[in-house]
Design a protein around this ligand. Sequence first.
Ligand code: CP
Length: 309
Amino acid sequence: MLKGKHLIQPDDFTVEELEEIFTLADDIIKDPDKYLDVCKGKLLATLFYEPSTRTRFSFEAAMLRLGGGVFGFSEASSSSVSKGESIGDTIRVVGCYADIAVMRHPKEGAPKLASKYSDIPVINAGDGGHQHPTQTLTDLLTIRSYKKSFSNNVIGLCGDLKFGRTVHSLVKALSRYENIKFVFIAPPELEIPSYITDELTDHEFYQTSNLEEAIPELDILYMTRIQKERFFNEEEYLRLKGYYLLDNDKLMNAKKDMIILHPLPRVDEISTEVDNDPRAVYFNQAKYGMYVRMALILKLLGGDANVKN
Ligand code: CP
């Protein structure tokens, strides 16, 4: 039963609960009209202390497509946070007006702290370099749709694996499924943290900085950008930002049914020439993000019980 729960990190939900969300998302994709009014009278608050395009807009679109309403802020300076209001007080007040809240924050742990003070479900929309569980739902739904199964795949994760919260959340989520091999592709300065790999006791994995060498064995390639906002040193960012470029030449050695995912935004790590390759599914992935967030909102509000079959 997901009604009333918070989502702070992917393993807050069991594998079975995730499957419930994906099954509901499948049905929403198949027959969206059935869901037009199921959240009528409900309100979603979007509390974004950091910039976002996909996560905020897809949550807002999700709630509007379910017949609910949305309010919130897209920068902390337009709320009383700028006067020094705490996260605890902010979420308590938001809970007086909204039925569910989504929070993105530059500080790791901020959405978890909010959830401790909240009477309404709190969804982590990304906290610093830590976790991004709804991007993970998006990624999993995309993989499930194209590959039919999470198991029996080799997944390469490429780019900023040190600060990349989407990577951290996805690896944590996929590690609960059997027979997945992880290939971590990053420059030495941006390698995957050991607290993530330490948990991969039942999975094969290796680390490399060489995308060309790794690409032929991959079933899934998860590209990420080098994140300027996570660097303390501009020089270091400039040195690393062009480290990877996925282009048509590199794809010549990839499997014909490999899929390319990217949480977006892209900067220059995937050439735009790749966008027309049938293996490039990152824009469809962004669309799946809206459908899976519709399913998540419905589950956390218990609204799926009102859907007429
Ligand atoms: N993927 C993702 O989190 O994108 P935004 O930063 O635009 O929300």
